[in-house]
Design a protein around this ligand. Structure first.
Ligand code: ADP
Ligand code: MG
Length: 313
């Protein structure tokens, strides 16, 4: 029996005339790392803020741990850890004091709290920086402090809103590894990002959202099976005439062929030997080519096919 940790039904949130969430639905089971993937402005942070009852909304229902969440649902909130998109720490407190403060909001027992704070510091590897003030930390270290503050009390549900934006690759990898570890230790995770590679790397299930709507849900592989695109071929071809281009377009499984400035891009729907067939055609017609690539679809291709635009701008 799985336990539903979060259930969002038909959530509508307007900022004046702007509809930020448009009948948004989301359900999360215990043990998941749920990725909320969408471009900037798609409504990820608004979803999180409604979920935490920090924002009022116009319509819909939100349940966390099986109960409706309200602004004063402290019993529920005690079991949630949040890492906000904008770093939220006290500038006048040291690394240690910041983590201790946030942990102390939930953990009253001093001995236990000390243990939890130390564990959080170890976890984000800030041992050498305990006495530093936030302004002395690099961007990546500050993000790690922000995370430690959100997770030190060992919440059952952890929400991370774009924790890796503007973070150096080393800190980024530590953050992603850390999220997987928190999940192994038993926390359910909601992870928002506009980076598809990250979401693919760590999430057990992914929600693709745009314009406040849940467009598709599934594992990375399931999402890729939703679309007709199965392969993308790219190569450099110095010259192709109109007839040749039309003959290429007529090859089986080539449903979208574009050719500009020597760049030949082909989208395929099915078929096993698309690249071989294309190369055979080019060779038969003595057409030189170079820089050959064949790629499986990415989550960007899924997004592109569903919305008609790129995930990344
Ligand atoms: P994301 O986190 O996916 O980038 P947001 O939830 O921040 O998206 O924003 C969703 C939409 O709501 C965007 O169009 C954004 O401009 C708008 N929005 C967000 N916060 C506010 C606000 N406080 N007032 C007015 N509009 C807002
Ligand atoms: Mg956001």
């Amino acid at each position: 029996m799985s336990n539903t940790v979060v259930k969002i039904e038909n959530l509508v949130k307007r900022y004046k005339e702007l509809v930020a969430l448009d009948h948004f639905n989301l359900s999360i089971e215990e043990g998941e790392i749920l990725g909320l993937l969408g471009p900037n402005g798609s409504g990820k942070t608004t979803t999180i803020n409604c979920l935490l009852s920090l924002l009022s909304y116009d319509k819909g229902n939100i349940e966390v741990f099986g109960k409706e969440i309200k602004p004063d649902s402290y019993d529920i909130k005690q079991n949630i850890g949040v890492v906000f998109q904008n770093v939220a720490v006290f500038e006048s407190l040291t690394v240690y004091e910041n983590i201790d403060y946030f942990c102390g909001l939930y953990i009253k027992d001093k001995t236990l709290r000390k243990q939890y704070v130390e564990e959080a510091i170890n976890f984000v590897e800030l041992n050498d920086y305990k006495k530093f003030l936030p302004k002395k930390l690099s961007g990546g270290l500050l993000r790690r402090l922000n995370i430690a503050c959100g997770i030190a009390h060992k919440p059952k549900l952890i929400i991370m809103d774009e924790p890796t934006v503007a973070v150096d690759p080393q800190s980024r990898n530590k953050i992603l590894e850390g999220i997987k570890e928190l999940n192994r230790q038993g926390s359910t995770i909601i992870y928002t990002s506009h980076y598809m590679e990250e979401v693919e790397e760590i999430c057990s299930r992914i929600v693709i959202m745009d314009k406040g709507k849940n467009l598709a849900v599934g594992t990375s592989n399931e999402l890729k099976k939703l679309i007709k695109n199965t392969e993308n071929i790219y190569m450099n071809v110095a010259s192709l005439n109109e007839t040749q281009l039309n003959e290429i377009k007529a090859l089986p499984h080539f449903y979208d062929v574009s050719y500009t400035n020597s760049d030949l891009n082909i989208k395929c729907n099915g078929g096993q030997n698309n690249l071989i067939r294309l190369i055979a055609y080019l060779q038969d017609n003595n057409i030189p080519f170079s820089n050959v690539h064949s790629k499986l679809p990415t989550l960007n291709d899924v997004f592109l096919e569903i919305t008609g635009k790129e995930l990344r701008d």
